[in-house]
Design a protein around this ligand. Structure first.
Ligand code: HEC
Length: 150
């Protein structure tokens, strides 16, 4: 029967839509968790990359640095104004009062990482990897709370 099949298909499509809307709601609802997870992945990539300063591997260097650069892009969108007072954030309120400087620093971390990923020898990698690492502390000194809320 044609009608019931159409109804069935329509309701299946409805379920699919509801599921995908639920997924969107979850990810849009937790920018704090998402940015903390993205920062953690940056930390992980930096750890992997630091091993390459001893035994250089151009492909691995590119992969880890591209991942940092990708995170920098993603992070830019994860500081909506209404997340400033979230009790779980470890971000300093200055992120929102000095947003342009904050975003400039994120972009710098990204472009330095992209550059580090393009190096083809250990010495250049070491130097450019160090430059990426310096962006972490200098930003954290200003924009990250000394102690993350429990
Ligand atoms: C543009 C500023 C900026 C730069 C650059 C930056 N961070 Fe962060 N980072 C932050 C802020 C702000 C937080 C706190 C985020 C929150 O809790 O909402 C944070 C948090 C973190 C955390 C804790 C995440 C958690 O689980 O709560 C880690 C780990 C981290 N950063 C690693 C790094 C590393 C490694 C680098 C350099 C490669 C780096 N960050 C570069 C601003 C920055």
């Amino acid at each position: 029967m044609k009608t019931s099949r159409t109804v069935l298909l329509a309701s299946l499509a409805g379920v699919g839509l509801a599921l995908s809307l639920a997924t969107v709601a979850v990810s849009a609802g937790n920018p704090v968790e998402e940015r903390q997870a993205a920062m953690k992945s940056v930390g992980q990539s930096m750890k992997e990359a630091s091993a390459l300063t001893a035994t250089f591997d151009a492909a691995k260097a590119k992969a880890s640095m591209d991942s940092v650069a990708g995170a920098a892009k993603k992070l830019k969108g994860l500081y909506p104004t209404d997340s400033a007072n979230d009790p779980k954030t470890g971000a300093d309120p200055k992120v929102w009062t000095q947003k342009a400087d904050f975003e400039k620093r994120l972009a710098e971390m990204g472009s330095l990482a992209t550059a580090a990923g393009k190096t083809t020898d250990a010495d250049s990698f070491k130097a450019s990897f160090k430059a990426v690492g310096e962006t972490c502390k200098s930003c954290h000194d200003v924009y990250r709370m000394k102690k993350k809320p429990a």
